[in-house]
Design a protein around this ligand. Structure first.
Ligand code: 5SP
Ligand code: FE2
Length: 235
């Protein structure tokens, strides 16, 4: 099995919301692969961000796949609205889903790719039964709720464990990492097994978005032809 090409997903949480369309255009022209949209409900996490109308507006100004990270207590209540708004991926927290299998099916029935994510203190064991059903696993490498936090070093072991689980299951699901990912730790995160790097402050707080995306991709060993460098793994 060959691992997919590294993807960079700027998180708009650190963008200038007053100029959101311009910010999105800059990262799209700068080589971003996906756009990461953080949805926070002020309950599952101590912060409030955007809802379906904003996702619908974003959908109109970009062709990038919209990777919507739902940090909400009852995701089943809003999955339909985010699917309608144009999400390509909808990722839910295992901590917020007592009926995770049903929630994942609910996402897929709407024609949207389904992701599951774990907080830093949640064990990888919680993924075992759901792995065959998901398109994406997201490892939170900070406690969710805010941009600009420090990468939790123990996340590297967790990424490695989940990479091994995916490979053993011969799963095609992508492994995404979110929180504190910067140019200087991108190589370690990719070496540990990540396919998708989310980066908010690293990109939107830099002067040169395209340069930062390029540096991050190079750090992750992507080759000019789009294949992976020393992190390329054929299985
Ligand atoms: O989901 C979250 C935070 O809860 C993230 O997507 C952040 O937006 C990442 O920001 P940086 O750590 O890259 O600044
Ligand atoms: Fe996120």
């Amino acid at each position: 099995m060959t691992r997919s090409t590294l993807k960079i997903a700027p998180s708009i949480l650190s963008a200038d919301f007053a100029r959101l369309a311009d910010e999105i255009a800059r990262v799209e022209q700068g080589g971003a692969d996906w756009l990461h949209v953080d949805v926070m409900d002020g309950h599952f996490v101590p912060n409030l961000t955007v809802g379906p109308p904003i996702v619908e507006s974003i959908r109109k100004v970009t062709r990038l796949p919209l990777d919507v990270h739902l940090m909400v207590t009852n995701p089943d209540d809003c999955i339909g609205a985010f699917a309608e708004a144009g999400a390509d991926y909808l990722t839910v927290h295992v901590e917020a889903c007592p009926h995770l299998h049903r929630t994942v099916q609910f996402i897929k029935e709407r024609g949207v790719k389904a992701g599951v994510t774990l907080n830093p203190a949640t064990s990888v064991v919680t993924l075992e039964e759901i792995l065959p059903d998901v398109d994406l696993v997201l490892v939170m490498s900070v406690n969710p709720g805010f941009g600009g936090q420090q990468f939790i070093p123990g996340s590297l072991d967790k990424i490695k464990k989940i990479r091994a689980m995916l490979d053993q299951a011969r799963s095609q699901a992508l492994l995404e990492v979110d929180g504190g990912v910067k140019v200087d730790n991108a190589a370690q995160v990719v070496e540990a097994g990540a396919d998708v790097l989310v980066a908010g402050s690293a990109i939107f707080c830099s002067a040169d978005y395209a340069g930062t995306i390029k540096a991050m991709r190079e750090a992750g060993h992507a080759m000019p032809d789009g294949s992976r460098g020393r992190s390329s793994v054929s299985r």
